[in-house]
Design a binder for this molecule. Structure first.
Ligand code: AMP
Length: 221
């Protein structure tokens, strides 16, 4: 079977990571999040990580050439041979074109685009309580999705930390950049009939059921 590629979009705090990981596990696809890849590089102190962190900490997008190279390399790894759920990539038109070019070469394409919508006020509230695993990047929220043991990851036992790009000012900037650069991309996918929009302000399980239904229609169709 040809590989499947599903994109997940949404503003900061929409739950892309939580939902994307679950969906990837259910479908047996790799979960690839460009933000996680950048944070891993930054944690490891690589050159790429140092450059990326300068943009991330200001709430700006990392330049396209760096981002595209990193994500396409990741998609060539063996665990992504059946396809991937892509979280946070593409975010610009140049990234979308590069992705489609690569997928076409691999005899594949974008199968579904999911947009998880939340308001800026809700994003602010959620990201205040957000903690991320240093090791596997799983995301927790002290109010809505707390870890079983405070400070440690349920999945791998790694230490949890708070992201350095989640101050109220950076979040505001990330919202603006999302509206300016990424919302137009969604229009492009809507016109091609690939877009499914879900209300991300509901509980995690409800949102996930809706995503499962959308993916089910894809598999059935
Ligand atoms: P995220 O974890 O998806 O919220 O991403 C965190 C930060 O990583 C963003 O605010 C950007 O600085 C950077 N980043 C992640 N994905 C991309 C991308 N596709 N293009 C440019 N920058 C990105």
């Amino acid at each position: 079977m040809r590989p499947r590629y599903i994109l997940i979009f949404g503003p900061p705090g929409a739950g892309k990571g939580t939902q994307g990981r679950r969906l990837a596990a259910k479908l047996g696809l790799a979960y690839v999040a460009s933000g996680d890849l950048f944070r891993q590089q930054a944690e490891a102190g690589t050159e790429l990580g140092k450059v990326a962190k300068q943009y991330m900490d200001r709430g700006l997008y990392v330049p396209d050439d760096i981002t595209i190279r990193m994500v396409l390399e990741r998609l060539r790894e063996p665990d992504a041979a059946r396809g991937a759920i892509l979280d946070g990539f593409p975010r610009t038109l140049a990234q979308a074109e590069a992705l489609e070019g690569a997928l076409a070469e691999w005899g594949a394409g974008i199968d579904l685009v999911i947009y998880i919508k939340i308001s800026e006020a809700e994003a602010l509230r959620r990201t205040r309580g957000r903690w991320v695993c240093r090791n596997c990047q799983a995301v927790y929220n002290l109010e809505t999705n707390p870890p079983r043991v405070a400070g440690f990851c349920d999945v791998c036992g790694g230490e949890l930390y708070q992201r350095s790009d989640e101050t109220p000012e950076t979040l505001r900037r990330r919202f603006e950049v999302f509206a300016e650069q990424t919302l137009p991309l969604l229009e492009h996918y809507r016109q091609r009939g690939l877009l499914v929009e879900v209300d991300g302000e509901r509980p995690i399980d409800q949102v996930f059921r809706e995503l499962e239904a959308a993916v089910g229609r894809l598999v059935a169709g």
